[in-house]
Design a protein. Structure first.
Length: 740
């Protein structure tokens, strides 16, 4: 099947590449771009017509100048009589729109005040190319506007527009009524019978809503019109002289609906969840950026907290390393079960996510909706062909839930963003906004007292002598050249009957962290139930919607004790041993990242700097790179980097094989040493390393707490034991019931 082709006429505008990217990302087409003054065609109409015959549609782009000036529009001016004859579909943007309207009999005049970089809410037809676009905030870059002689009653203008007597072929589709000085400005229109459309604003702008939906709607109309030509059905389309032409929308809306609510002070997310748990039918997920005295514990990673509100019937995806089954649930029923390897499973996550992809949320908010969950250490082992532990049931090693409704809290601007990616969810959005406004008392100054913790019981845990022996075994293998560094770990098992949410509230108070997390997962059969409490300080990998990715490995830890100042910690962490641990992981991550196709500009922006947390000082590095989204996605970088190098050692595969033998072939790490976070429908993602974390499977009934540290040839076994104990201490205090 031949791929459809679009010709883009570039009028030397600064946003042309953004428009081309918008088309590429949303349409199954190839795009060829030529300048409007291309000498091959400007002086040869036959050559231009022959060129147009090779394409399925044309986009006439924006640019400087006036549409009445032939030099300013070049080939765009030659376009209209040719496409009227051939019915070649065209979308004009800004200058392209003005040129089309001028050709159809309208006038183009200077605005009283130019509108450069202004974002305004438009009133649109809700049909034709605006089908399912919803609320439309549009970025405008124009000093001219189109006048086509349209008249409308002030009370009727939001319901029906008709072609004018002056320009009977122009059907308005959108207006801007927000400007009292300029008056109503025509912002979109189409030809009543021909496949010619235009928009005055810039749909590709980062602040314009609905751009993706608009170009998809346009392309469906293009395909529909081209099909009429191919089948000989050339009767003109009949306009609905109301809100434009009716068009059936056969794909999901993929539009983020959102409201921003400002508060005078920071909101306490736990107080919000306390009330939501009592009043809502869902079990909220929390990915929390911890604060102390309303200040983020880490200014670089701790700005936003995410409250996910999944429905009981939300889509779930799971994969197990033991049986290689990838399972999809919808509406509480298993709808798909496939046997596949880990890499195919991770690609399936992208397939699921693509069904919800959108670009219409608030630009500054990192999460608009999407998949929240985890990838276990054993799933990471599968990516490097290390078999999982042989013991135990086939638990989910990948488990994500689709979150369509969410509240994201910006701790810097004290703003709550209420969001939904569900089609037609405006009522819920308004109700949640009202609910939050009525619960403003749930803020940082209104601390909620938590009950005293029930005394927990230690089931089992590492023994000092055995742990030190394991350290020495690691060192023997290091000296034998089997590895450079080995991240030795062990697990502690604790029973505590108190509910998980109460435990988390204690944990986030005693040990606030930039990657706190609380959630409960259960499948439709009820066979698997999982609770997670996390206070991780370490980002594994994040990537933005624009393609910047970041790793923040932590290697080197000093416990905060009486007299342990930052200066003392920096001196300890500057030792050759501590720096060697960190450096090896930095080089390992650089290796992983450089192996991803399309990654560019891999560099270390922060090398071995000390960061302070509530209970420890830690040595942190930052590795960054740029994703070319035409080649990989963030998931490609994620898959290439598992399991986290800071939890394995180097070289990774051999180190993992050694650690499996030392720690016990029948003792899977599970969630511990894996990653936890979200995949955003807008294209971003953020995952923490699962450390300082407790998790409990419902059928086991006890909490698992993993801890460990990197062993090098310079390590002291007793010091390694003490470091491991320090890392699990904050969780042990909560789970065993120590007083806060």
């Amino acid at each position: 099947m031949t791929t459809a082709r679009i010709l883009y006429l570039d009028a030397y505008d600064s946003f042309s590449n953004n428009i081309i990217n918008l088309l590429k990302e949303n349409l199954p087409v190839t795009i060829e771009s030529i300048k409007i003054d291309d000498a091959r065609f400007v002086f040869n109409d036959d050559a231009f017509q022959n060129l147009l015959n090779k394409f399925d549609a044309v986009v006439a782009g924006p640019g400087p100048g006036h549409p009445a000036n032939a030099d300013d529009i070049g080939l765009i001016g030659k376009l209209w009589p040719l496409v009227e004859y051939t019915r070649l579909p065209v979308l004009g943007i800004c200058l392209g729109f003005q040129s089309l309207m001028l050709h159809l009999g309208a006038t183009v005049e200077t605005l009283k005040e130019p509108r450069h970089g202004l974002v305004r809410r438009l009133t649109h037809s809700q049909g034709d190319i605006f089908q399912a676009v919803g609320d439309l905030d549009a970025t405008q870059y124009h000093s001219l506007h189109v006048t086509a002689g349209h008249e409308f009653d002030k009370d009727d203008r939001k319901r029906r527009w008709r072609p004018s007597r002056q320009c009977k072929h122009i059907l308005p589709l959108a207006w801007d009524f927000s400007d009292s000085k300029n008056g109503p400005v025509l912002m979109a229109a189409r030809h009543c019978h021909l496949p010619l459309w235009g928009v005055q604003y810039h749909p590709e702008s980062v602040c314009s809503l609905g751009g993706s939906q608009l170009v998809r709607n346009w392309w469906r109309a293009v395909c529909s019109d081209n099909l009429r030509l191919e089948t000989g059905l050339k009767a003109p389309m009949t306009p609905d002289h109301g809100w434009g032409l009716s068009m059936e929308c056969t794909t999901p809306c993929n539009t983020v609906q959102w409201k921003a609510i400002r508060f005078c002070e920071n909101l306490d997310v736990t107080a919000i969840i306390d009330t939501l748990r009592a009043s809502q039918s869902c079990k909220p997920f929390l990915l929390e950026s911890g604060t102390r005295d309303s200040i983020s514990v880490n200014s670089e990673t701790g700005r936003y907290s995410i409250i996910g509100l999944p429905q009981k019937s939300a889509m779930q995806v799971r994969w197990s390393a033991r049986d290689s089954l990838f399972i999809v649930e919808e509406q509480s029923n298993v709808v798909s079960t496939k046997q596949m390897g880990i890499h195919d499973g991770l690609r399936e996550l992208q397939v699921v996510l693509d069904k919800y992809k959108t670009k219409n949320g608030s630009p500054g908010v990192p999460f608009w909706g999407g998949l929240i969950g985890y990838i276990s250490y054993e799933a990471g082992l599968a990516t490097i062909n290390v078999p999982p532990a042989a013991a135990g049931p086939a638990r989910p090693d990948i488990w994500f839930v689709m979150v369509e409704r969410s509240v994201v809290i910006d701790h810097v601007s004290h703003t709550a963003y209420v969001q939904s990616i569900r089609l037609g969810d405006g009522i819920w959005l308004s109700n949640m906004e009202t609910w939050l406004l009525n619960h403003q008392g749930a803020n940082a100054s209104a601390r909620v007292d938590v009950e005293k913790l029930t005394q927990g019981r230690l089931v089992s845990g590492p023994q000092r002598q055995q742990y030190c022996t394991n350290v020495k075994t690691c060192q023997d293998l290091l000296r034998a050249g089997e590895s450079y560094e080995l991240c030795l770990t062990d697990q502690t098992l604790i029973k505590n009957p108190i509910d998980a949410w109460t435990l988390y509230r204690h944990l986030r108070t005693s040990n606030p962290a930039p990657f706190g997390a609380y959630f409960q997962l259960v499948d439709s059969s009820g066979k698997h139930g999982l609770e997670v409490l996390s206070s991780s300080p370490e980002r594994f990998l994040s990537w933005s919607r624009s393609g910047q990715c970041q790793f923040r490995p932590i290697k080197g830890t000093v416990k905060k004790t009486a007299g342990m100042t930052r200066a003392c910690a920096e001196e300890i962490l500057s030792s050759e041993k501590e720096r060697a641990e960190n450096l090896m992981i930095v080089d390992l991550i650089r290796h992983d990242l450089n192996g991803v196709e399309g990654i560019q500009n891999v560099h270390v922006s922060k090398l071995m700097q000390v960061e302070e947390y509530s209970t420890v000082f830690q040595l942190v590095s930052v590795i960054q790179g740029d994703l070319d989204f035409s080649t990989p996605s963030g998931l490609s970088a994620l898959a290439a980097s598992l399991p986290p190098g800071s939890m394995t050692g180097a070289p990774k595969k051999r180190s993992c094989e050694i650690l499996k033998e030392i720690e016990g072939v029948d003792r899977p790490r599970g969630l511990y040493s894996g990653v936890l976070g979200y995949l955003d429908v807008g294209g971003g993602g953020d995952f923490s390393v699962v450390i300082r974390t407790a998790f409990r499977w419902e059928d086991e009934g006890f909490w698992r707490v993993g801890a460990g540290g990197a062993v090098t040839a310079l390590s002291d076994p007793v010091a390694e034991w003490e470091e491991m104990v320090a890392k699990r201490e904050s969780l042990m205090d909560v789970l065993l019931g120590s007083e806060l």
